[in-house]
Design a binder for this molecule. Structure first.
Ligand code: SAM
Length: 282
């Protein structure tokens, strides 16, 4: 089994492979996690799965068992011969050697899946968790859901509801595009090498329509980021300082939107952000 420590050690030794901390290489050694992730990803019910960072292929293998096709994107070319070996029996897997942050995923889905809807499932490299998730969401790809392992703290932030203390700019953005949920937690001992923190698998189910009506999406996200930039200040002050807008203009927008002007960003709901931004736009 690929998640056995002895198998991982043998495969690595044979290929002269050593872990790269910089690339966030913590490989799963808990055999129950990947089958669960693959099952819950919904890859079985759509055109297939896209994975980011297969490592030695533990999750890739499980995804290949439940879906028609798996395309997996790995940056570290030292892993290519390893994957050739570990996935030799999986003829529905394609490995692409590229950087997930640079690759054109629209093109990948067009070429590999005829543009049909796919599920994303991955044990993400932790140094780029939020950028990868934001790219997947902002690119408006034909994807049904994103089921990913992230650090527990990141999971809580990404899945936080606007209007609660844990909420940040990223949580608000996630809520705009998706319905997030923490599926289950995974202890640090489930990885080799073990990281310093526990992890969790989250699922973002992509919304067909945004939950609020926003007239200028780019401004909406700029205002949300600005509101959280100085968390301890009121949202009005943080927005006006960060975006160099007059405090009066921002206060007026809050009042016209019926939102208390002394609120902090963490107290604002998505409809309230939308109402404020629509006042600033109109
Ligand atoms: N899926 C494997 C597992 O669960 O054992 C490995 C997960 S490991 C946390 C993250 C993987 O992402 C590593 O294989 C790493 O080389 C790869 N990776 C790191 N940065 C990447 C990038 N920018 N694009 C694609 N893959 C990347």
């Amino acid at each position: 089994r690929l998640s056995d420590i002895s198998t991982i050690r043998a495969v690595m030794e044979k290929n002269g492979f050593s872990f790269s901390k910089a690339l966030g290489q913590n490989f799963l050694i808990n055999p129950s996690v990947c089958p669960r992730m693959a099952e819950m990803s919904g890859a079985a019910d759509c055109a297939g799965a896209i994975e980011v960072g297969p490592g030695i292929g533990v999750l890739t293998y499980e995804l290949s068992q439940v879906s028609k096709k798996v395309v997996t994107i790995e940056l570290d070319k030292r892993l290519l011969p390893v994957l050739d070996e570990t996935l030799a029996d999986c003829d529905n897997v394609k490995v692409i050697n590229d950087d997930v942050m640079k690759i054109d995923l629209h093109r990948v889905i067009e070429e590999e899946f005829n543009g049909e809807e796919v599920a994303v499932c991955a044990n993400l490299p932790y140094y780029i968790t939020s950028p990868v998730i934001m790219k997947l969401l902002e690119d408006r790809l034909p994807i049904t859901s994103i089921t990913v392992m992230v650090q527990k703290e990141a999971a809580e932030r990404l899945c936080a509801q606007p209007g609660t203390r844990e909420c940040g700019a990223v949580s608000a953005a996630v809520q705009y595009y998706a319905e997030p949920e923490i599926l289950f937690e995974v202890s640090r001992g489930s990885f080799m090498p073990a990281p310093n923190v526990d992890s969790a698998v989250i699922q973002l189910r992509i919304r067909k329509e945004p939950p609020v009506d926003v007239h200028d999406e780019a401004l909406f996200f700029r205002v949300i980021r600005a509101a959280f930039a100085q968390r301890r200040k009121t949202a009005v002050n943080s927005i006006s300082n960060t975006l160099h807008m007059s405090k009066q203009q921002v206060t007026d927008a809050f009042e016209q939107a019926g939102v208390r002007a002394n609120s902090r960003a963490e107290a604002l709901t998505l409809p309230e952000f939308a109402a404020v931004v629509n006042q600033l736009t109109d």
